[in-house]
Design a protein around this ligand. Structure first.
Ligand SMILES: Nc1ncnc2c1ncn2[C@@H]1O[C@H](COP(=O)(O)OP(=O)(O)OP(=O)(O)O)[C@@H](O)[C@H]1O
Length: 249
């Protein structure tokens, strides 16, 4: 479980995050949603340690990340897997080399052990016989799968996905969402997904935190998101044409 407490962050005297608290549970995807520019990515960066909050704490299963010493930070970082926007694969490396990269950097595993683990993860995301392909030779959806395989290759306790569906067609998006959900459950990972995709929200939104102008205005599930009585959330949810149609607008 990840717990955040009173996360506050400004850039050049402009407050981007204002006193955001909450918990992200193990074994499921926890969604952070909100409109563009509302502070979701900054919040994710504060959580993973890429941007230090001006105020507030982040606890990884009780371990205070920012108060911890260098060794604790390294230990927690080793337990993180990240899926970046666009997959962020190394273009000059093969699929196999891309997925193996964290093992090369973070472990002392033998070549055979690394290859076994890479093949296990590629199989888990539904990719086989693509080890020697270059990223330029595979589709956007396959790149995302490779990104997921790389994110889980080192057995993370925590998985962070920033807009995992960007650039994907709706059908492929659903497959990627389902994969993220299944993997979180199967390997008992605390997963945080940043998204503004209502399809994802209605698909895998068992735990949702809604951010509006740097503040947490609501949290709940996909089942109660449509009757929250929070105007800003309604505006966000029903700006989606499908959702608006369901509401009978
Ligand atoms: N390093 C920075 N310096 C100054 N301002 C920043 C910095 N990083 C982010 N911001 C500002 O913080 C605000 C929130 O940005 P953020 O990227 O978190 O939005 P977001 O909700 O993730 O949006 P999107 O869905 O479009 O990615 C924006 O106004 C952005 O310009």
């Amino acid at each position: 479980m990840i717990k955040i407490q009173s996360i506050t962050k400004s850039f050049h005297d402009r407050m981007i995050l204002n006193d955001v608290s909450g918990t992200f549970e193990k074994g499921k995807p926890n969604l952070i949603i909100g409109a563009s520019g509302t502070g979701k990515s900054v919040l994710l960066k504060c959580i993973v340690g890429l941007s230090k909050p001006d105020f507030g704490q982040v606890f990884y299963d009780g371990r205070d990340f920012y108060e911890g010493d260098r060794d604790l930070k390294i230990e927690i970082r080793r337990e993180m897997g990240m899926l970046f926007q666009g997959g962020a694969l190394f273009d000059s490396k093969t699929v196999e080399q891309n997925v193996m990269f964290p093992l090369d950097v973070l472990t002392k595993m033998s070549s055979e052990e690394k290859l076994d683990r890479v093949n296990f993860c590629l199989k888990r995301v539904g990719l086989e016989n693509v080890n020697r392909k270059m990223p330029s030779e595979i589709s956007g959806g396959m790149k995302k799968r490779v990104g997921i395989a790389r994110a889980i290759v080192n057995n993370p306790n925590y998985l962070f996905c920033d807009e995992p569906n960007s650039g994907l067609d709706p059908q492929t998006s659903v497959l990627i969402d389902d994969l993220i959900q299944d993997i979180s459950e199967e390997f008992d990972i605390t997963t945080i997904v940043v998204t503004h995709d209502m399809n994802s929200v209605m698909g895998i939104g068992e735990r949702i935190m809604f951010i509006f102008k740097g503040q947490k205005l609501w949290e709940g599930t996909k089942d109660n998101i449509t009757h929250s009585n929070v105007k800003e959330l309604d505006d966000f949810v029903f700006s989606n044409k499908v959702m608006s149609g369901l509401r009978g607008k």
